[in-house]
Ligand binder design. Structure first.
Ligand SMILES: Nc1ncnc2c1ncn2[C@@H]1O[C@H](COP(=O)(O)OP(=O)(O)OP(=O)(O)O)[C@@H](O)[C@H]1O
Ligand SMILES: Cc1cn([C@H]2C[C@H](O)[C@@H](COP(=O)(O)O)O2)c(=O)[nH]c1=O
Length: 206
């Protein structure tokens, strides 16, 4: 536990349902009197934008991993940690597991990406929403992406295998996200709420 708030992370491929579920968790926790806040990575900071504009021609898995790590360090110091210290539960849509999955699928060594992100505080709950790339992409057909370069099916298969490796290592909790949304949400709610209770946070039963 970090301060009084609970740090929850949702991970998975594009279209897995992270944003939908994270926002609903914030609503449901708030309506029970548990202060909760939604955030996401990469943030809208200048760092990732700069890499994509000025240095786009130099980009590779290493540059991206370091850019995402710096964006994350600032995110944690500037937003996540202060909220947790004030007792707010923080739900983050992606965290360092995204770097491990995407940048190692792009060619950076898996262990190196973990090492670069050693500064990142461990969440209280880290969930992986598993979905086949094709299904995830089909759910997103109407949306514009900030990172279309990462939305290629074969690449996403490699990303998925990196996530599954982290599940096997015990770093992420596995959830089958191909199931109906209500079912996926209920499973995640049980995990999150159970963790809040076990952390003895300010939980108000309704
Ligand atoms: N279990 C589900 N079954 C069917 N549709 C779902 C399910 N979960 C989410 N969706 C729908 O899929 C779409 C994409 O969901 P969402 O934006 O939450 O995914 P995401 O993981 O945040 O994607 P990205 O990483 O690309 O932002 C939304 O229209 C959402 O309503
Ligand atoms: C944090 C983080 C993200 N990515 C990739 C994963 C996605 O393709 C995009 C973010 O898109 P979203 O629709 O806003 O979720 O960025 C990455 O490669 N490495 C990271 O550390």
């Amino acid at each position: 536990m970090h301060g009084k708030g609970c740090f929850i992370v949702l991970e998975g491929l594009d279209g897995a349902g992270k944003t939908t579920i994270a926002r609903r968790l914030v609503e449901d926790l708030s309506s029970r009197g548990i202060p909760a806040s939604y955030t996401y990575e990469p943030t809208d900071s200048e760092i990732v934008r700069l890499i994509k504009s000025t240095y786009n021609n130099l980009r590779d898995a290493y540059i991206d991993a370091l850019a995402f790590a710096l964006d994350r360090l600032i995110h944690v110091k500037n937003l996540v940690k202060p909220l947790l210290d004030r007792g707010v539960t923080v739900i983050s849509d992606r965290y360092f597991y995204s770097s491990v999955a995407y940048q190692s699928a792009s060619g950076a060594p898996f262990e190196w990406v973990i090492e670069v992100n050693k500064f990142a505080m461990k969440p209280d709950v880290a969930i992986y929403l598993d979905i086949e790339p094709e299904e995830g992409l089909s759910r997103k057909y109407m949306h514009t992406s900030r990172f279309p370069e990462y939305e290629e099916k074969e690449f996403l298969q490699r990303v998925r295998s990196m996530y599954l490796r982290m599940v096997e290592m015990g770093l992420l909790i596995y959830i089958d996200a191909s199931k109906p949304l209500s079912e996926v949400y209920d499973r995640i709610w049980d995990i999150v709420y159970g963790r809040l209770i076990s952390m003895n946070s300010r939980v108000y039963d309704t």
